[in-house]
Unconditional design. Structure first.
Length: 485
């Protein structure tokens, strides 16, 4: 018998398929430099760069994009290669036998036609990709609205804090004056006690407004997805103007403690009015009227809303999925070719074939089709529901914005009127004609009118931003899902 005296080397040939996918390397998060002066647009850009929700939508879109490419790959041929080595040794009392065999195979198969099943799957993945794109746009709109709301909140709480700080000055002035009157025997003890109580209350209110301002800063930073921010400034907007165009934003003194219980030092120059009137915390309320009627807003929402477009794309995907399920009844026509080599007898073979095949559970497929029809009807129902919700949401937001728009000039007049009333009450009290209750009522009314004015301006800005979001109005800053992040 022939003995194997040398080792034969086996070379395995393999076909390598390279799947090329995009590399989504997120750039370094945007940060805020110390002393920076940020506009609302700057804050929105920072939020759009940093938002993990936008990143998630971005990745989901590109996954859907690759799913579409994967569905198209069914039209490309499938290649198979293989090789092997087998050694067999047989021995008994009469004889022994050893043999080794090398084999190699190669195959190629190609889908010719499957009666539109692959086309349906491709279209389904295409509509899923479109839905993912509009989901991305919807999250961008929500992110922009969140930044705008918190930006306006910082401006509003800063204005309220300035008003309350001025209110403390007013009460300090009144306390010093009442104390002097009491020492001269002009005013009673109860007036002095009331002045002390009112001063303490105004200080507590100021502390609370400082807390609200700091919380507003935290929310703004959170909406931009930035932490450990240095001191920076934000600019006023057209519809929320301050005398100082840059508003300092800092949390460095968040833990500062101050004794507010002791009486104030004597003051000789305390202002009688708050900064809204004399110091112009809010200079003017200039704004461009909203350019669309309610009916136009509804039309814009139906046309522009990305979530509605995403629902519509999902409906189309459901229809293609149902079509794919129905076409699974049909067979698949494919071609194949193969080559085999066996070295034991130096054999090789070539095969070519054309195959028509199908395999299906008829009853199972029937129920699958029934579910597919229900999925299509469910998707259509979701669209109908969303359209109704859009109508009422736009209606509510539009009415709210218009009513607030009408209130602002009326409240501005009220601020001036309460200021004049406060001046008269203060003058009457100073000459001994008016009593302390009248003075205090006038002072409180004036302060409340200012705070109401600021709050209404804030509410209007938020209501307008919300309406712009609901109708998906084109924003100044836009990003595209195809842009690299």
């Amino acid at each position: 018998m022939k003995t194997i005296d040398k080792l034969k080397v086996l070379t395995i040939a393999t076909a390598v398929i390279f799947c090329i996918t995009p590399c989504f390397a997120t750039e370094k998060a945007a940060v805020i430099q110390k002393g920076a002066k940020l506009t609302m647009s700057d804050c929105i850009r920072i939020a759009l760069d940093n938002s993990p929700l936008i990143n998630k939508a971005y990745y989901n879109y590109h996954i859907s994009k690759n799913d579409e490419k994967f569905a198209k790959s069914a039209f490309f041929p499938t290649i198979g290669v293989g090789t092997g080595y087998n050694y067999n040794a047989t021995k008994n009392n009469r004889m022994s036998n050893n043999n080794d065999v090398y084999t190699a195979q190669a195959s190629l198969s190609q889908l010719i036609w499957n009666f539109g099943k692959t086309n349906s799957r491709i279209k389904m993945q295409k509509f899923n990709k479109i839905a993912a794109m509009y989901n991305f746009d919807d999250i961008v709109l929500d992110t922009i609205f969140g930044v705008k709301t918190n930006y306006y909140n910082v401006l509003a709480t800063k204005a309220t804090m300035d008003i309350n700080r001025a209110y403390v000055q007013i009460n300090e002035r009144n306390y010093q004056r009442t104390k002097a009157y009491f020492d001269e025997g002009i005013k009673s003890k109860i007036d002095l006690v009331n002045a002390e109580v009112n001063l303490s209350d105004s200080k507590v209110t100021l502390v609370n407004s400082v807390k609200a301002y700091q919380n507003a800063i935290v929310k703004l930073n959170n909406s931009m997805y930035v932490a450990h921010t240095p001191e920076y400034e934000i600019s006023t907007t057209e519809t929320f103007n301050f005398k100082n165009k840059e508003i300092p934003v800092s949390l460095t003194k968040i833990s500062e403690k101050k004794d507010l219980s002791k009486a104030p030092d004597p003051i000789s120059d305390a202002t009688l009015t708050s900064k809204v009137e004399k110091m112009d915390v809010i200079e003017t309320f200039n704004f461009k009227p909203f350019p669309y009627t309610f009916e136009e807003c509804v039309e814009l929402a139906d046309k522009n809303r990305p979530d509605l477009k995403a629902y519509d794309a999902t409906l189309q995907a459901m229809k293609q999925s149902l079509l794919y399920i129905k076409r699974e009844y049909y067979p698949e026509l494919s071609a194949s070719a193969g080559y085999n080599y066996r070295d034991q007898y130096n054999q090789n073979s070539l095969s070519v074939g054309l195959n028509l095949s199908t395999s299906i559970n008829i009853m199972g497929k029937k129920y699958e089709i029934d579910n597919g029809k229900l999925q299509v009807e469910l998707a259509q129902n979701e669209i109908d529901l969303l359209k109704q919700n859009i109508y009422f949401e736009v209606q509510d937001a539009y009415v709210n914005m218009v009513q607030l728009e009408k209130q602002i000039p009326l409240l501005a007049v009220k601020v001036k009127q309460t200021y004049e009333n406060f001046e008269l009450a203060d003058g009457r009290y100073a000459v001994g004609i008016g009593d302390y209750i009248q003075l205090q009522d006038a002072r409180v009314n004036y302060n409340n009118a200012q705070n109401s004015y600021v709050q209404t301006v804030y509410n209007y800005n938020v209501a307008r931003a919300n309406l712009e979001r609901l109708i998906a109005l084109q924003q100044e800053i836009v990003i595209n899902v195809e842009d690299k992040r």
